[in-house]
Structures are given as structure tokens and as C-alpha cells.
Design a binder for this molecule. Structure first.
Ligand code: NAP
Ligand code: MG
Length: 473
């Protein structure tokens, strides 16, 4: 059944004043699913005005009250787990295990930042006997948060919880493809006692409401998660306005396996690293760098494990037909450039589909790091395997990328693990594991994978600005 989705502004659902909308198919079946407005400038003005009206009241309530509200939101997320799962399943076709993780992790952000409301404190910096100088951390006011479609509730919670904890009010613009759980989050928040207008969810396209939100004169900070080209566009607008930005962008993360690693575990983690959520994860390990001395043996292990993965059972579909086609296009590009499909590939998956947008694991061997399959983000379950001769070459290949989001190192030599970790140009390095996700650990990119950090204490502080006060007495 098709639902018509509406923005949540000032504590209730509102119709868009724009005249266009988009029909979204269910990614599992390609059947009609939802209609989402494209939005308009007036929608942006309305959402920002609601958030602006609450700037003073929300920042001036006690930190304890803010903490209580955030804890109640965490409880509300857990209490509405089933509802959130159903909504997210409709948007993305995700499987239950990942949904459960995403929802619990989203609740965890609210609990974590509720416990941190007192943290943005200042310092006393007295320099002379008759002057008292101190710093304080203050909220920006209205924060714009723009999120992608791959882990929408998690990305919304990751940014909204610290922004609210620091005393900001929020206009959240989720991706048109997956806005249901963001809307539910706003409803849950108001039910939990968050005053209307503190958290608003603005529906619409990037063009119609995303970039006008960043441009809006009352939006004082923006947190963006998404692709490099859109991040660049937002960066240009933010530069004009001189407002701070957090950019969480894409990746082409290298997973480096040395011959002395636990190869069985490394192989199963290497598969998890590129197939979780069908590869629709920014920090996917999509370049597998393998010591030449174990190359064939290791590729065989990885291929065997990947071949056991079943689409629709191990992970869900690609989010849209366009994403499905993009993945297929990259398979053709890889094969044209000489990469050898050892699992899956362009002939296994048809170039177009009229049913669900399912693609299975695809592994390319014989990849050179200069090939497009090694340089560009596919955002699907596609792995490029690249051999290396020694440690130096492994690091050189890993760092020869425009991106720098995550990297993996597999070795039983602790000295090598430390040496290689420190040389890798990536915001996250995982040793003998892939991606230990925790709300406490700062997350962000080097190079074109972005700047600023979400999560952890750094995430909270990025939603504050520092003021120095000097008092003469
Ligand atoms: P995207 O196309 O960049 O879109 C991200 C968000 O920006 C969506 O809400 C989109 O709206 C909006 N947008 C599009 N054009 C805009 C514009 N001109 N001005 C303002 N906003 C605009 O990314 P995506 O396709 O949704 O997601 C995939 C990308 O996100 C990948 O590159 C992935 O690596 C990255 N990602 C990064 C992280 C991280 O933490 N580093 C996490 C997850 C994903 P509409 O789509 O509604 O038009
Ligand atoms: Mg996009």
C-alpha cells in the first residue's frame, strides 16, 4: 500500500507547499511503496523557523532536563522497536539482524549523549591577579542535519543526539528514499517530552530542501553524511556563509591481509566487511589487499564463504533501481578493464530488474589499484582483490586512494600491526577485526572521506562553539 509521507515540523505532520513529489518502490519487490514530497523553500523556512523559536528555551533549560529528555527518547526508541523495524524494512528491505542492531545503536546514542550533557564545560584561564578569564561551550542554535539512505536511523541518531545534548535545535533532512524512521524518531521524541520544534524532520529532495537548508541564514552549523560530490556542493555554500561543517563522506577502504594472520577468521571478516547491508556502508572493506604468498589460498577461502551468502537471506536488496544499475555498471567497467570475476559478476546479475533489486556478492581478482573498481565507491557487495609483495607495497597501495575512511590490518605480528596502523591514511584502522562499532569511538574520514568527527566526545564538542569571557576586578 502506498503511504503519503509528510514532514514533521513544530510537533506535527505538515503538508509540503511544493507541488512535486516522488513515488518510491519497495526495493524488495519493486511494488508501489510511498510517495514523498520534493519539498520547497517555504517548507525549509517553516522548519527552520520552528527550530529557531525553540533555540532559547531549549538551550536555557537545565542540563539535567535535557538529559532526562534524551534518556526518554532512548527508551521510546526501544519501546517502538517493532514499529521502527517495519518502517525501515519498507524503505530499505533490510534484514532483521541489521535492523535490530541499527535500532539498538540509535537508542544507545541518546543514552550516551544524555550521560554527557555536563561535559561541554570550560576552563579557568586567569592570567593576572585582577582578571578572571574563563571559557564556556555554547550551542550554535539551529543545526541542519542531512543524512543518506543506507543506515538512516543510525545516522540521524548519531548526529541528532549530540546536537540536542549540546543545547541546539535541529532540522533533520533525511534522504527521500528512506525517511520513515526519521519521522518516527521525531514522533517518539515528542511523545518522550521533547518540546515541539526542537527536532524537526524536513522531507524533500537534496535540490529542493537540502541545499536551501544549508543556505538558510538561521542555520548555524551543518552535519552532512553522504557522497563526495554533494559534500563538495554543501562545502561551497558553507564557505560562503562561514559556518562549520561536519562531512562524513564515502570510502574505498583497504583491508590488508598478511601471510601470518589467522586466515580463516580474516576470510570470514573480509566477507562481512564488503557484504554487510549489501555493501551499502560507507566504511565497507571493498579493496582486499593480499600478501602474494597466500593470494590464491586466501582468495579461495574468501570466495567459498562469499558463495554461501544468499541475497535476501544474508543481506537485503540495493535501495533503488538506480543503485542496482550502478552496481551492475561497475561490474561491466571492472570486467572491461581486465578484472577477473571469481564470484558473481555482470553475467550472473542481469543489467536491469523488474522485481526486487537484489545483487549477490561479487569478487574480482587480478585487480590493479589504478582500475576504476579499485578507486571509485560502488556501494554494493563488490570486492576488488589486489596482491602485494611486502609491507611497504601494501601501505603504498592502501594509501593510493582519494578516500581515507577505514582500513583493516590482519597479522599476528603486533609490531607490524602498530607500524602499519600508524602509516595508514584513514580515520579508522581495525586490527584483526573489521569495524567494532561503538557510540563511544570517534568516527570520520581522512582525505576525501570528509572532516570533523561524529560519535564519542569529539562528536558532542563539534556541536558547541567556544566563548572566552574576561572579567576585570
Ligand atoms: P547523497 O546522494 O550524497 O545524499 C545524501 C543526502 O544529501 C540525501 O539526504 C540527499 O537528498 C541530500 N542531497 C542531495 N543533493 C543535495 C544538495 N545539492 N544539497 C544538499 N543536500 C543534498 O548520498 P546517498 O546516495 O544518499 O548515500 C550514499 C553516500 O553516503 C555514499 O557515498 C556513502 O559512502 C556515504 N555515506 C557516508 C557515511 C559516513 O559516515 N562517512 C555514512 C553513510 C553513507 P535526496 O537523496 O533526498 O535528494
Ligand atoms: Mg544519492
Amino acid at each position: 500500500m502506498t503511504e503519503t509521507l509528510r514532514s514533521w515540523i513544530d510537533g506535527g505532520f505538515v503538508d509540503s507547499s511544493g507541488s512535486h513529489s516522488r513515488a518510491l518502490p519497495d526495493p524488495r519487490t519493486n511494488d508501489a511503496n510511498a510517495t514523498v514530497p520534493d519539498g520547497s523553500h517555504e517548507d525549509v523556512d517553516r522548519a527552520v523557523a520552528a527550530a529557531k523559536a525553540q533555540r532559547g528555551p531549549w538551550r536555557n533549560i537545565s542540563a539535567e532536563e535535557r538529559a532526562h529528555a534524551l534518556h526518554r527518547i532512548a527508551d521510546g526508541i526501544r519501546a517502538n522497536r517493532k514499529k521502527l523495524m517495519t518502517a525501515e524494512r519498507k524503505d530499505t528491505g533490510k534484514l532483521d539482524a541489521l535492523l535490530e542492531w541499527e535500532i539498538e545503536n540509535s537508542a544507545a546514542y541518546f543514552d550516551f549523549y544524555a550521560a554527557m550533557v555536563h561535559l561541554p564545560v570550560g576552563d579557568v584561564l586567569d592570567t593576572t591577579a585582577d582578571e578572571h578569564t574563563f571559557t564556556r561551550r555554547e550551542p550554535f542554535g539551529v543545526v541542519g542535519i542531512i543524512t543518506p539512505w543506507n543506515l538512516p536511523l543510525n545516522q540521524a541518531a548519531r548526529a541528532c543526539a549530540p546536537a540536542l545534548a549540546a543545547g541546539n535545535t535541529v532540522v533533520l533532512k533525511p534522504a527521500q528514499n528512506s525517511s520513515r524512521t526519521s519521522l518516527l524518531l521525531a514522533e517518539i521524541a515528542v511523545d518522550a517530552g521533547l518540546p515541539a520544534g526542537v527536532l524537526n524532520v524536513l522531507l524533500g529532495s537534496g535540490q529542493q530542501v537540502g541545499s536551501p537548508l544549508v543556505s538558510h541564514r538561521d542555520v548555524a552549523k551543518v552535519a552532512f553524511t553522504g557522497s563526495v560530490p554533494v559534500g563538495q556542493e554543501i562545502g561551497r555554500i558553507a564557505a560562503e556563509k562561514i559556518i562549520p561543517l561536519t562531512l562524513e563522506l564515502g570510502g574505498k577502504s583497504a583491508n590488508i591481509v598478511f601471510a601470518d594472520a589467522d586466515l580463516d577468521f580474516a576470510a570470514s571478516e573480509a566477507v562481512r566487511a564488503f557484504t554487510t547491508n549489501g555493501g551499502q556502508v560507507c566504511s565497507s572493506g571493498t579493496r582486499l589487499l593480499v600478501d602474494s604468498s597466500i593470494h590464491d589460498e586466501f582468495v579461495a577461502k574468501v570466495s567459498e564463504i562469499a558463495s554461501e551468502q544468499k541475497t535476501g537471506e544474508s543481506f537485503g536488496p540495493m535501495i533503488t533501481r538506480a543503485q542496482y544499475e550502478q552496481v551492475h555498471r561497475y561490474m561491466e567497467i571492472a570486467e572491461k578493464e581486465g578484472a577477473i570475476p571469481v564470484v558473481g559478476g555482470s553475467t550472473v546479475y542481469p543489467p536491469a530488474t523488474d522485481s526486487g533489486f537484489y545483487v549477490g556478492p561479487t569478487i574480482y581478482a587480478g585487480v590493479d589499484n589504478s582500475m576504476r573498481i579499485a578507486r571509485e565507491e560502488v556501494f554494493g557487495p563488490v570486492l576488488a582483490v589486489i596482491p602485494f609483495a611486502d609491507e611497504n607495497e601494501a601501505v603504498t597501495i592502501a594509501n593510493d586512494s582519494d578516500f581515507g575512511l577505514a582500513a583493516g590490518v590482519w597479522t599476528s605480528d603486533i609490531a607490524r600491526a602498530l607500524r602499519v596502523s600508524s602509516r595508514l591514511e584513514a580515520g579508522q584502522v581495525f586490527v584483526n577485526t573489521w569495524s567494532t562499532a561503538s557510540v563511544i569511538t570517534p568516527f570520520g574520514g581522512y582525505k576525501q572521506s570528509g572532516y570533523g568527527r561524529e560519535k564519542g566526545i569529539e562528536g558532542l564538542l563539534s556541536y558547541t562553539q567556544l566563548k572566552t569571557i574576561v572579567i576585570k576586578y
